[in-house]
Design a protein around this ligand. Structure first.
Ligand SMILES: Cc1ncc(COP(=O)(O)O)c(C=O)c1O
Length: 389
């Protein structure tokens, strides 16, 4: 069939350009190490930053919930899928983000797509950071609004664009922590501009939640601007170690989203077990911030090690990119590291711009100092070898 031939050709083209992706299969728990394609590897690319998914307290609670509530949710949230567990989780999330209410979606992707397309109509202009996550981009595309891209975290460019465009309603949307660069959005300035130009603010704190701020409440806690974001979105799939996305904001907005966000309405709710994992992880974080401080200490330690070894990095989030440029170089470095026992992802186009391929290293609270030292030495050796080639 011609269609299949065409697909094959497209796949071959991706292979030629070092852009082909395949799945690495994990067959163990994902902690600071895991069994990857049959062999144990040090995990240096998991988003489970706090290692909550292997926490015994979380697992015990989930087990109990499965025996009480069963497995699947049985319906969408608006039919039979809303459990008291969902309501409890939403209460806790609203409190965590200092807002009146919250709504849980099945994934972070679905939250962004659902929220932006439900709120922004043709009367809006959306001002979106050029490095925002794909789910924000897709949400903007699905909405009927015009989208204007501003230069990454560049507040002068954002203000210029707010000034030179006319609109009835506007929204500034940004990642809190940028997912492939690990840097942090300038929320205080974004809030100032939103007030000056009378537009809404939306922050995607997928990678800030559980990581930034003394209590892990995210980028707003880090900047001291809690309660000042109109639409505070996040995920439960990263530091919280479970699955799901959420949005926090005013009670009216949350009621509106329940009645209009298509990705919320037309999908079966998350299972009680998944919700229970988030509930327990958040409860642990509320009373004990040791994992957060361990993570923050590990991030500092790892950056320090790499800098000492001549690789310039700096990050306050758990994401530490090493830019390799060429796609093939990034891929070869990741393959070399895997042989050395370290699992790191090579991030390439279209996740990042062409020619900006990178190793995306992520740190976990449960990494030991020895593991981090071992990894830094191997990475420094592999990266310097790649640069010589
Ligand atoms: C910044 C950002 N937003 C949203 C998402 C989507 O979240 P989820 O994986 O829960 O769908 C991700 C993760 O992939 C992300 O990095």
């Amino acid at each position: 069939m011609n269609e299949l031939l065409e697909m094959k050709e497209k796949l071959n083209l991706l292979k030629e350009r070092s852009l082909y992706r395949n799945l690495k299969v994990i067959s163990s728990e994902q902690t600071s190490s895991a069994v990857v394609d049959g062999n144990i590897k040090l995990m240096l690319c998991s988003n489970s930053y706090l290692d909550m998914s292997s926490d015994k307290r979380v697992k015990d609670f989930v087990k109990e919930i499965i025996y009480t509530y069963g497995t699947g949710a049985g319906g969408s949230r608006l039919t039979t899928g809303s459990y008291n567990l969902h309501s409890k989780l939403e209460e806790i999330l609203a409190e965590m983000k200092h807002t009146e209410a919250a709504l849980v979606f099945n994934t972070g992707y679905m939250a962004n797509v659902g929220v932006i397309s439900a709120i922004c109509d043709e009367d809006y202009i959306i001002f979106s950071d050029e490095l925002n996550h794909a789910s924000i981009i897709d949400g903007c595309r699905l909405s009927k609004a015009k989208t204007i891209i501003y230069r990454h975290n560049d507040m002068v460019d954002l203000e210029k664009k707010l000034k030179e465009n006319t609109y009835k309603k506007g929204l500034i949307v940004t990642d809190g922590v940028f997912s492939m660069d690990g840097d942090i959005a300038n929320l205080p300035e974004i809030i100032k501009l939103s007030k000056k130009y009378r537009v809404l603010t939306m922050v995607d704190d997928a990678h800030g939640t559980g990581v930034l701020g003394r209590h892990g409440r995210g980028t707003a806690e880090y900047h001291g601007v809690e309660g000042l974001i109109d639409i505070y979105m996040g995920t439960l799939s990263k530091a919280i170690g479970s699955e799901g996305g959420f949005v926090c904001g005013s009670r009216v907005m949350i009621e509106y989203l329940k009645n209009s966000a298509r990705s919320f309405i037309f999908s079966t709710a998350l299972s009680p077990a998944t919700i229970a994992a988030s509930l327990k992880a958040l409860e642990i974080l509320r009373v004990d911030n040791r994992k957060i401080s361990d993570l923050q200490e590990n991030i500092k330690y790892f950056c320090h090690l790499l800098n000492q070894m001549g690789i310039e990095v700096s990050s306050e989030s758990a994401i530490i990119p090493i830019i390799m440029g060429d796609e093939n170089k990034a891929l070869s470095a990741a393959e070399e590291l895997l042989k050395e026992g370290i699992f790191v992802s090579a991030i390439r186009y279209p996740t990042v711009e062409k020619g900006k391929a990178r190793l995306r290293i992520t740190i976990m609270a449960s990494h030991s100092k020895e593991e981090l030292k071992f990894a830094a030495e191997k990475i420094a050796a592999v990266v310097s070898k790649c640069e010589i080639v």
